[in-house]
Design a protein around this ligand. Sequence first.
Ligand code: HEC
Length: 198
Amino acid sequence: MPSKMTWYTIIAAFWVAFLAILGVNLIGNTVMFGNPLHANVHPPEKPGFPIEVVEEAPAEAGAAAAERVSSVPLIAAATLDEGVAVFKKCGACHTAEAGGANKTGPNLHNIVGAEIGNHAGFKTTESLKAIGGTWTYERLDDYLENPKRLAPKGSMSFAGLKKPQERAAVIKFLMSVTENPPAVPTAAAEAPAAPAAN
Ligand code: HEC
């Protein structure tokens, strides 16, 4: 229990601190606005420091998804070498050669244009199957950017390839292990975010 003297010391210390803050404020105001005790002598035209007003655009729900950058236009220029390099990130879970084994994920031979989630001998999740249709370039791109977006309960535990260039490269690689890959659409032919049409 602090003694009476200690209490006095503490209270005195608070007073000193309070007065010090008051003093600094007075001095500060005097420097920036003129003497506060004669406040209207020279009203400051501008405060002594810039006040930055940051206008934040309201975050629109779903805007991020709508503005997804598709890698499809980059596929034509991507090289197979880049694709082989990026596929190393997939190789722990996927083989790609004809007749290759299913590992954690299914073998990816002939995947481009194939029916989604229908690889022989692999137990695909319902979530992946629910995407429906075939692996168009846009869907592959979307899935590889963030597998959980198209298949929220899918089992591909992979963060996704955030760089469009990497997705374009790995898609180029997947084309090289697909016997008859469909033609890569031009911008007009396959609109991004097209609903499951096939
Ligand atoms: C940690 C393991 C893992 C990694 C890494 C991984 N995948 Fe997968 N992948 C899976 C699993 C598991 C599935 C099955 C998902 C399901 O059934 O929901 C899958 C499914 C897929 C499918 C759909 C297959 C089908 O039958 O329709 C494609 C395409 C695919 N992966 C491509 C890739 C590519 C390309 C990469 C590298 C950029 C990659 N994956 C990295 C585990 C992985």
